[in-house]
Design a protein around this ligand. Structure first.
Ligand code: HEC
Length: 106
């Protein structure tokens, strides 16, 4: 019983540290998951239905790769095609963080 409890405490501590580290490494991750993932997919690749319906390109697409962070921020802020504008919904900093996170996806 005691050993079991100890393992649980250790495991919880490990999970806390890992979570804290991933937040520190990328403040944009929670923003991306909450506001972008539905269309762009958790890994930056939309599911086939959404890709076809909305015209979302995967983050690995050459046309996506050639965009600068500034171009992406402008597209997200003002909206583009079927992507809504995030002006007023997210702060400039949140948009910047979400774009930075998006750019780390492969
Ligand atoms: C409602 C679905 C939807 C949501 C939510 C959404 N996007 Fe998009 N996104 C799109 C579509 C559709 C396009 C393709 C636009 C086009 O080129 O016509 C796109 C394009 C982009 C592009 C490429 C822009 C360009 O210039 O080609 C980036 C970068 C991007 N999205 C990032 C984000 C980020 C970051 C978020 C969250 C803050 C987000 N998107 C949320 C649908 C969405």
């Amino acid at each position: 019983m005691k050993n079991w409890m100890r393992s649980l405490v250790v495991l919880t501590a490990v999970i806390c540290v890992t979570t804290a580290m991933s937040f520190a490494a990328s403040p944009g991750e929670p923003v991306f998951k909450a506001h972008c993932q539905a269309c762009h997919g958790a890994t930056g690749t939309p599911n086939a239905g959404i890709a076809k319906m909305l015209g979302v390109k995967p983050v690995s697409d050459p046309s996506m790769k050639k965009l600068t962070a500034a171009e992406m921020i402008t597209a997200v802020t003002n909206g583009k095609g079927k992507m809504p504008s995030f002006k007023g919904k997210l702060s400039d900093a949140q948009i910047k963080d979400a774009v930075s996170y998006f750019r780390t996806l492969k």
